[in-house]
Design a protein around this ligand. Sequence first.
Ligand code: DGY
Length: 326
Amino acid sequence: FSSMSNRRPKVYVTRRVPPDGLEILRPHCEITQWDSEKPVPRAELIRQIAGKDALFCLLTDKIDGEVLNAAGPQLKCIGTMSVGYDHIDMTECRERNIPVGFTPDVLTNATAELTVGLLLATSRRLIEASQSVREGGWGTWDPCWMLGHGLDGSTVGVVGLGRIGMAVARRLAPFGVKRFLYSGHSPKNEANEIGAEFVDFDDLLSNSDFVLGCCALTKENQGLFDKDAFSKMKSNAIFVNTSRGGLVNQTDLYQALVNHQIAAAGLDVTSPEPLPTDSPLLTLKNCVILPHIGSATEMARGAMSALTGRNILSFLRGEEMPCRIK
Ligand code: DGY
């Protein structure tokens, strides 16, 4: 901490988090923490960040110009305990020369696994079937009852074949998927490993039996899955989103599901979060909704916390962050 005289840098942590990251920071930094399972109220964040050298935040904290101004010019870096960073105004951070660390890779396997689980729960109607057993709806074995859609021989379309999209595709291949399609900015070399074909978004929609939202949320792809997109999908299509709720126009999704324009949807992410309990989507049997638990394993969350701690500490020490947003 040569440039920081003798004082220990001050770090503000916006939530109760797995201890791994705090253990990394504590010997070297003075930590102030919003020690709660609920997000820090914005006014409190703005009050507490004043005078801090670093911010350890989560995807539930909106980090914009107002927060950065409240911090003051001594704020040196930000570490978000997430791979997604749509909650951070990167333009404002760049203008102030504040690097932002994030947590790619360490949550890829956990999130890919959850995506596969959600896909199967949706396509094979697991929640609906289990519920019917509890409700006495299980009459007898019925050859025409609770039929779903299998992966064997199917075409899977991955929107955004990045780290997580690729990990999902690798896990789905052994189920007998016939074709993988993907869309995005540009073709990817890794796609060859699973023989995935780079296609435009519309082709992906019209040819896929499973459409998976695996891309990061940006200003450009807000509401990408809208009425128009759902109208291009096959009537047997299963739509799964484990990325960000902002990719989906939920009113349009509701219409597509209620009119059986597509078969079903599995969402681990919604907009807003939490999804209000009176959301029309929750009235649908062909919609499985999970509370944003993609990375929720002990191992992934511990590693995310640790990497956030390392990102912050490295930068404060004048070293490269292990994982810095470009
Ligand atoms: C992320 O990291 O961006 C996920 O949404 C939560 O793990």
